[in-house]
Design a protein around this ligand. Structure first.
Ligand SMILES: *Cc1c(COP(=O)(O)O)cnc(C)c1O
Length: 457
């Protein structure tokens, strides 16, 4: 018999209790957190969909590997395992271990960036953009037009606009630091990038002599979409698809907190020896020696195992299906969503949900607060709070989209947790006209969404 139900392909061996709060308690907690979910305490949160980053449940095999960790300063056995795992997957020879993705970004963009330099991506993730801009360089996003519209359906909304890439490379000749494909495209809705698009981008970069990098945090999830949506790809395994995409690139940056199924870690992998050498100097100064970077031996052990486990076809089927499960439930309720549903998260179009709240009153922030008030669900705004900038006259230049991301931690929540989340949206749909916007009353210069304070309008 072929079942319709795709089950979690694991049993639960260890559980972590969830504290259940009342709405009155949550209203106080929101006030104390200045209506910014980043300032809430984890112990108050019922279902934490803020991020899929570093929130995975590790397998028994990974936990066993933690005990095997070799904590030697130099030449650790665990480092050899991690290096082998990364080389085997990426085909990139030079591997630099870092404590998380942004440390790898700081190193590579610190080296390739600087004032006057330009970086081009399908969409720069927030830490990527911040690390690039911090060097004085400019970050330009060129997703395909379909990727900017939440309602348009397209199998690979994460793709880069290759015609625009040609134009920009001509326009900025001699000043382009790198072209970066983020797979899947996190800030653009967790949408996949096709092999054909990666091949197109790689060919253009080669012609212009510009480095082509993969931000490969979710390369396994991306491979699932390529196998099932792209022609001539169904015969390849998920790992082979990933390997083929890596073979196009000059380097890769990974936050292992995503598809390496660990709680902390990352790496930078490079093809070119000279760039790798310059980056290694920065690694040693700021992260650690070459055979551990920012990581413990046990972390490297868990990463090596996680990079194997994540390509298990049953795991990936379950993973993509469970994200879609939540998305389909919300769609059936009429919740405006980024569609089709991406790999690691469901993105709600808060602009369409709260049409009466203008972008400079942050409709996404309003939804995030409602989710917490009604259900203790923590989600994150990906809109004008995260990406908005100010014009010279002080008015807000809003982000292209006002999204709220419900990110699903890997192997953590069950179907009933997702049903509880979906049920919350019944109330959100009923009361949508009564919700008010927010104003920012305090913010830092970079990555303001992490620490900003808000006030209800
Ligand atoms: C998470 C993430 C990063 C940054 O990684 P950290 O481990 O959080 O520092 C970079 N790019 C993308 C696409 C990400 O999702």
């Amino acid at each position: 018999m072929k079942h319709r139900t795709i089950i979690e392909p694991f049993r639960i061996k260890s559980v972590e209790p969830i504290g259940i709060s009342t709405e009155a308690e949550r209203i106080e907690q929101l006030k104390d957190a200045h209506y910014n979910p980043f300032l809430l305490r984890s112990r108050d949160v019922i279902i934490d969909l803020m991020t899929d980053s570093g929130t995975s449940a590790m397998s028994a095999h990974q936990w066993a590997g933690m005990m095997e960790g070799d904590e030697a300063y130099a030449g650790s056995r665990s480092w050899e395992r991690m290096q082998d795992a990364v080389r085997e997957l990426t085909g990139l020879d030079h591997v630099l271990p870092t404590h998380q993705g942004r440390a790898a970004e700081r190193i590579i963009y610190g080296h390739l960036g600087g004032p006057g330099k330009v970086f081009i991506s399908n969409t720069h993730f927030d830490t990527t953009r911040a690390n690039i801009e911090f060097t004085g360089a400019t970050a330009i996003d060129i997703p395909i037009a379909e990727g900017r519209d939440p309602a348009i359906r397209h199998p690979f909304k994460g793709n880069m606009d290759v015609a625009e890439l040609e134009n920009l490379l001509k326009q900025h000749r001699g000043h382009v630091g790198a072209v970066i494909l983020t797979v899947t495209n996190n800030s653009g809705g967790g949408q996949p990038v096709s092999m054909a698009n990666a091949e197109g981008v790689a060919a253009i970069c080669k012609r212009h002599g510009v480095p082509f990098l993969l931000d490969c945090c979710r390369i396994a999830e991306n491979s699932w979409f390529v196998k099932h949506r792209e022609e001539c790809m169904e015969g390849l395994s998920y790992r082979q698809i990933a390997q083929r995409m890596f073979s196009l690139a000059d380097g890769a940056v990974m936050s292992a907190k995503k598809d390496a199924l660990v709680n902390m870690g990352g790496f930078l992998a490079l093809r070119d020896g000279a760039i790798a050498e310059a980056c290694t100097n920065l690694l040693i100064i700021t992260e650690g020696f070459t055979t551990y970077g920012g990581l413990s031996g046990r972390d490297m052990e868990a990463i090596a195992i996680g990079l194997e486990e994540v390509f298990d076809p049953h795991y990936l089927d379950y993973r993509i299906r469970s994200t879609k499960f939540l998305g389909e439930k919300l769609h059936a309720l009429g919740v405006p969503l980024m569609r089709p549903i991406g790999g690691h998260a469901v993105y709600v179009d808060a602009k369409a949900l709260y049409r009466h709240i203008a972008p400079d009153q942050y409709p996404g922030q309003a939804l995030v607060v409602e989710l917490y008030r009604l259900a203790g669900i923590r989600a994150v705004e990906i809109g004008s709070v995260m990406f908005g900038t100010y014009a010279a006259d002080g008015s807000l230049k809003p982000s292209a989209m006002e999204l709220v991301r419900l990110a699903i931690p890997r192997r953590v929540y069950t179907q009933s947790h997702m049903e509880y989340a979906a049920e919350t949206f019944e109330e959100i749909m009923l009361t949508r006209d009564q919700v008010r916007g927010y104003r920012i009353i305090k913010e830092p210069r970079f990555l303001r969404h992490f620490t900003a304070h808000f006030e209800q309008m």
